[in-house]
Design a protein around this ligand. Structure first.
Ligand SMILES: Nc1ncnc2c1ncn2[C@@H]1O[C@H](COP(=O)(O)OP(=O)(O)O)[C@@H](O)[C@H]1O
Ligand code: SF4
Ligand SMILES: [Mg+2]
Length: 366
């Protein structure tokens, strides 16, 4: 049934309990995904995107742990499942994931086919010719020659390997497929082709998709809704069209302004000064406040609520109807980042004259 909710996530918190302290990688994530719909999740490296993805599969590795919240996957409470139940009942069958860097872990000594049939054998006891037939069908669906079934991974290009991984994720006809940075290691032409194919497959197979990337520019074409993440929070969630057209959260505003636009004659891209915070000890109040160009006094002290602004959910004090906060807004704009000063400071840090890329890359180990 179109419009049916297949995933309902409420106040989900996943932390890593490390010897250096508790890493608050994901806090209060709340959103819904409907059948056949796609959500794009974007934000700088380290903001919790992969943690969210692993949480949805109940596959967070120690020292990570789902601390609280709920994940209703088509009537199944995922957070209640044991590892064995999750493996048997939901992974591959109801929700599958193309992991970041998955193509690198294809085993070189086995053929593509040998590796592809595994989930069919394990979950459906389908083997032999029947398994081959299904795999070949999905290889063709992702625009590969079915002969690739008998080839070895080292004989394939990066793009072909990634397509094999995508075909494998679809084999058991899951309701939802998560793509975590699916094209990051590929060149832009291959990336564009794969994203186009995924768009087509979503329509043809009527599956819901979650696309994760640090690069907001590649989500416009493939996402119905967008979730913008910052420091473990979903700071803006709503229709991709609305958010690209009129971003509400100051962080989203900057992310969108940082997308290169070949139609505009700009000599310098926007950027976000500073670096994402350490999530063991994130900034007080709004976690974005040390980098926010619209920060107010209240932002340092009080965590913002999520406000519904024209159908888009925004976690920012700017949209509060509380009169005290509104007064603060008028009073304390001067505490906000001055773009020019911040730019100079940032360029100083980099030791460069020009800022070429809008978004900080890989500030931490993956
Ligand atoms: N195994 C781990 N142990 C400790 N901290 C982790 C681990 N995995 C991720 N983190 C931390 O959790 C936060 C979110 O990471 P991640 O979900 O990988 O972000 P993203 O996918 O957006 O780059 C980061 O601060 C990261 O350092
Ligand atoms: S709550 Fe304050 S610091 Fe946070 S994004 Fe909004 S204006 Fe900026
Ligand atoms: Mg990641």
């Amino acid at each position: 049934m179109p419009g049916e909710t297949v995933l309902d996530v409420e106040e989900l918190c996943t932390h890593y309990l490390t010897s250096d302290g508790e890493v608050m990688a994901l806090d209060d994530a709340t959103f819904k995904l409907h059948r056949g719909e796609s959500i794009g999740i974007a934000g700088e490296s380290g903001c919790g995107k992969s943690t969210l993805a692993f949480s949805l599969l109940n596959q967070v590795q120690p020292p990570g742990e789902i601390m609280s919240g709920s994940i209703d996957l088509d009537g199944i409470e995922v957070t209640d499942l044991s590892e064995k139940q999750a493996r048997r009942e939901i992974r591959w069958k109801k929700i599958s994931m193309v992991f970041q860097g998955a193509m690198e872990i294809m085993t070189p000594v086995y053929t593509v086919g040998h590796q592809m049939v595994e989930p069919l054998k394990y979950h459906k006891d389908i083997k032999g010719k029947e398994a081959r037939r299904i795999c070949e069908r999905y290889l063709e669906l992702v625009n590969l020659d079915s002969g690739i079934f008998d080839r070895y991974p080292h004989e394939l290009s990066g793009g072909q390997k990634q397509r094999v991984i995508i075909a494998t994720s679809l084999l058991l006809e899951p309701d939802i497929v998560i793509f975590d940075e699916p094209t990051t290691a590929l060149d832009v032409v291959v990336e564009a082709r794969i994203m186009n194919d995924l768009k087509r497959l979503r329509r043809e197979l009527d599956i819901s998709m979650i696309f994760i990337t640090h690069d907001l520019s590649i989500l416009a074409e493939v996402s119905d809704n967008l979730a913008i993440m910052y420091a473990g929070w979903i700071v803006e969630f709503g229709s991709a069209f609305d958010i690209y057209k009129d971003p509400k959260h100051p962080y989203t505003e900057k992310l969108i302004a940082a997308i290169p636009d070949i139609r505009k004659d700009i000599d310098r891209l926007e950027f976000i000064p500073g670096v994402p915070p350490n999530l063991v000890n994130p900034p007080s109040g709004c976690r974005f406040h040390p980098r926010c160009h619209k920060a107010m006094e209240v932002c340092k002290e009080l965590e913002p609520e999520v406000y519904n602004v024209d159908g888009v959910k925004v976690k920012c004090h700017l949209f509060s109807e509380d009169e005290d906060i509104a007064e603060d807004e008028e009073a304390s704009y001067e505490t906000a980042y001055d773009d020019e000063t911040a730019a100079e400071a940032y360029e100083g840090e980099l030791g460069t004259e020009e800022v070429e890329d809008g978004i900080e890359e890989e500030p931490m180990e993956e």
